[in-house]
Design a protein around this ligand. Structure first.
Ligand SMILES: [Zn+2]
Length: 59
């Protein structure tokens, strides 16, 4: 993991017991800014349900 990604993670911890909304928001931002791991299937399914195109990973 690069320095930049570490900084992003430090600044954006996943909330404890996140709601689906929070998970969706977090993974959208994470994929754009870091992308060290893929979006989980549950979140991908929710994006599809909302008609949101998954972003391309940053790296
Ligand atoms: Zn990451």
């Amino acid at each position: 993991m690069s320095k930049l990604n570490r900084a992003w993670h430090d600044a954006h911890p996943m909330p404890a017991n996140p709601t689906l909304d929070q998970r969706v928001e977090w993974h959208l931002a994470h994929t754009v800014h870091c992308g060290c791991r893929p979006i989980p299937r549950l979140v991908l399914e929710e994006l599809a349900r909302r008609g949101i195109e998954p972003p391309s990973p940053a790296n």
